[in-house]
Write a protein that binds this ligand. Structure first.
Ligand code: AKB
Length: 320
């Protein structure tokens, strides 16, 4: 993977993405070479090294990087959009101070960094259909503000200090291992658990709210492909547009109904509607397709079929 990447540290490794990125990177680099960290203690035994880490503790972060001879950090620890509106100070601290700790360690200890941005970096003035790579970035959420600052810091550390920082503007990620927490796109995961367990779901967004989304296998594929690309082919750093799916809750419910005919959905939009209304409906990801060969595998029917297969089987075994 590039010229480095054999000794990895992941922050926020027990979160939605970290729970699946960790085993994927362990497959690629070997279990002992991927150190999972999180502020929480793992509920189940880990299949490789695990360390407790609060990303605001710069000293601990540097000690772990040194002790484990790390050369690449996947920095996933973050407060998402909905929680960020309720706890804006916390969102700023975790998302910006935590990132600064990673970037400064990367500068001093010669590390590569993966740091995801989000569609939340856009705002209501941004063109909402096929949002371009270069466009107006005036988000209205604290989470979105931290994502724009994070993108700018990534470019700054690359240009000023030569730190190889990479990342993409993630859409809502749909997955079935660890639940997401505190996001506006979380409905698209919750709906599957509720459809399988209770055949009913009350959606906190309006039925016509189109948002960009992506299935976890494509998300992992994107992380690996972007980190694998030769630096010389990349014209951007932590801010690549990334697209896979775009749908609204009504379309997702209809697709689920094809597998679970008795499924019923109702809509009770809450404060998260305003957040969703300020985000794009679809994304132009040509730069990613051209510069690091991005190409998603899952469309809406394939994603829904797989989610229901995996969660349905777990439910039958009493594990949902
Ligand atoms: C959220 O909803 O906050 C996240 C995101 C789109 O970044 N899933």
């Amino acid at each position: 993977m590039g010229d480095k990447g054999s000794r990895v540290l992941i922050t926020g490794a027990l979160g939605q993405i970290g729970s699946e990125l960790t085993p994927r990177l362990r497959e690629l680099f070997g279990k002992e070479n991927v150190v999972a960290t999180d502020i929480r203690q793992p509920a189940v035994d880990q299949d490789g090294p695990f360390e407790t880490l609060d990303v605001l503790n710069e000293g601990d972060m540097r000690r772990l990087i040194k002790e484990h001879d790390i050369d690449t950090v996947y920095h996933l620890a973050a407060v998402l959009s909905a929680t960020g509106e309720q706890k804006p100070d916390l969102a700023w601290n975790i998302n910006i101070e935590g990132l600064m700790n990673v970037l400064n360690a990367a500068k001093d200890m010669k590390l590569r960094v993966f740091h995801p941005s989000s569609i939340a970096a856009f705002g209501p003035e941004t063109p909402r259909v096929l949002t371009p790579q270069e466009t107006v970035m005036k988000p209205r959420t604290m989470y979105g503000i931290t994502k724009v600052v994070g993108e700018l810091l990534g470019s700054y550390y690359f240009e000023k200090h030569g730190v190889d920082v990479r990342g993409a503007r993630l859409p809502g990620i749909i997955s079935n291992v660890a639940p997401p927490g505190g996001g506006t796109t979380d409905y698209a995961v919750e709906i599957f658990y509720e459809a399988i367990k209770h055949q009913r779901y009350t959606c906190f967004l309006r039925e016509d709210t189109v948002l960009p989304m992506m299935y976890m296998p494509d998300c992992l594929k994107a992380f690996v492909a972007l980190m694998d690309a030769p630096l010389s082919s990349l014209k951007h750093h932590g801010d690549y547009n990334l697209a896979a799916l775009s749908f609204n809750p009504r379309e997702l419910a209809a697709e689920i109904k094809r597998h679970i005919p008795e499924f019923e959905i109702e809509y009770k939009p809450d404060y998260r509607q305003a957040i969703a209304d300020s985000w794009p409906k679809s994304i132009d990801d040509l730069a990613s397709r051209e510069q690091w060969r991005w190409n998603p595998d899952y469309d809406l029917p394939a994603m829904v079929e797989d989610m229901i297969k995996v969660l349905g089987a777990r439910h039958k075994k009493g594990g949902l």
